[in-house]
Design a protein around this ligand. Structure first.
Ligand code: NAP
Length: 155
């Protein structure tokens, strides 16, 4: 299973100044539940934002310039996918999301109930018609949507 996990603002921002521009209690709970025991794949800047390997899962960082202790570093998504085990989750940023959207089985998209001014990283646009959308948890701070790829024969 290949998926991606992202949280985006109402105006589609995912990053600002190298960080995620919100800190909402409980927002990352689903991330931990999904990824523990599986594989996360991320770009260098996303890893630098997290700052350390996340425990109890395989951490793969994609970079052409840097190696980090405690994580697997490769220089392409293709190599990362070869080394991944279990369910594979791409966790950002922009270029990896863009590269992987055509390949994913499922996208866990959390829509954060705020507009972010001066964001500098956005979630890529994609064809919603290729996915079936299921609603998950919703509260005043965010709502969770699961985009599952439709069978080609349904299109
Ligand atoms: N809201 C969310 O859910 C979420 C999720 C993830 C990240 N973010 C935010 O997004 C921002 C970071 O995202 P970003 O798009 O700027 O950067 P990023 O994708 O995390 O990192 C970019 C770097 O990753 C490497 N890379 C990415 N794709 C590659 C490929 N196909 N082949 C080889 N190397 C590749 C390159 O590293 P080298 O330059 O070392 O070669 C590139 O400079 C931060 O603000 C972060 O907090 C938000």
């Amino acid at each position: 299973m290949l998926g991606l996990i992202v949280a985006r603002s109402k105006n589609n921002v995912i990053g600002k100044d190298g960080k995620i521009p919100w800190n909402i209690k409980g927002e990352q709970k689903q991330f931990k539940e999904l990824t523990t025991g599986n594989t996360i794949i991320m770009g260098r800047k996303t890893y630098e934002d997290i700052g350390h390997p996340l425990p109890n899962r395989i951490n793969i960082v994609i970079s052409r310039t840097t190696n980090y202790p405690g994580v697997i570093t490769v220089d392409s998504l293709e190599k990362a996918l070869e080394l991944a085990e279990g369910n594979i989750y791409i966790i950002g940023g922009y270029n990896l999301f863009k590269e992987v959207i055509p390949l994913v089985d499922v996208m866990y998209i959390t829509e954060v109930n705020m507009e972010v001014e001066n964001g500098d990283v956005y979630f890529p646009s994609f064809n919603e018609a290729e996915f079936e959308i299921t609603k998950g948890e919703e509260n005043s701070d965010f709502k969770r949507l699961i985009y599952t790829r439709k069978n080609k024969s349904d299109l």
